[in-house]
Write a protein that binds this ligand. Sequence first.
Ligand code: PCA
Length: 199
Amino acid sequence: MKVLVTGFEPFNKESVNPSFEAVKCLPDRIGRIEVVKAEIPVSFVTSSFVLEKAIESCSPDIVICAGQAGGYAGIAVERVAINLQDAVIPDNYGIQPDNQPVFSDGPNAYFSSLPVKEIVKTLRNEVIPAFVSNSAGTYVCNSLMYSLLHLIHLKYHDMQGGFIHVPYSVEQAAGKTPIPPSMSLQQITRALELAIRTF
Ligand code: PCA
């Protein structure tokens, strides 16, 4: 079994993105599951192409995309992606959609095909703060999650996929005033590993 795990490049003046920092720390094998990693640009235009290329090149059974949710106090296992791009700040390439669909011919929403409640339960059993989130927002993370689920719907019926938002790392939070909630990279990495172990 193979899992593709992705994290994003830094955005919004941060020098790191805890999602990709944690992905990089994952081992290359977790039990019987091979782990393939990829970094995704914070781009409304290219993020889905980079993800699709990674899927084409490694043919994973499962795709877990991760992103930073600054201000969250726990791991948010996303349940739903909506067909909307509505950005408060431009992406890293200057694109700022206003009330646009991700795909004009797509349905309003897709549900994650990851076992979201089971992942949350597993994390909580290991004393990692986690919750099921019913909105991945309207920025690039939601757009990537929607694109992934659209791709699964159109082309990769046997693949399972979804999205996990992670808090700021402790190092990021330490430089801000007031100090927002955060989680250690070690704990974020452990959360992703446990999510993979639910398969
Ligand atoms: N978080 C942003 C995009 C990239 C990331 O890590 C989001 O929540 O949309």
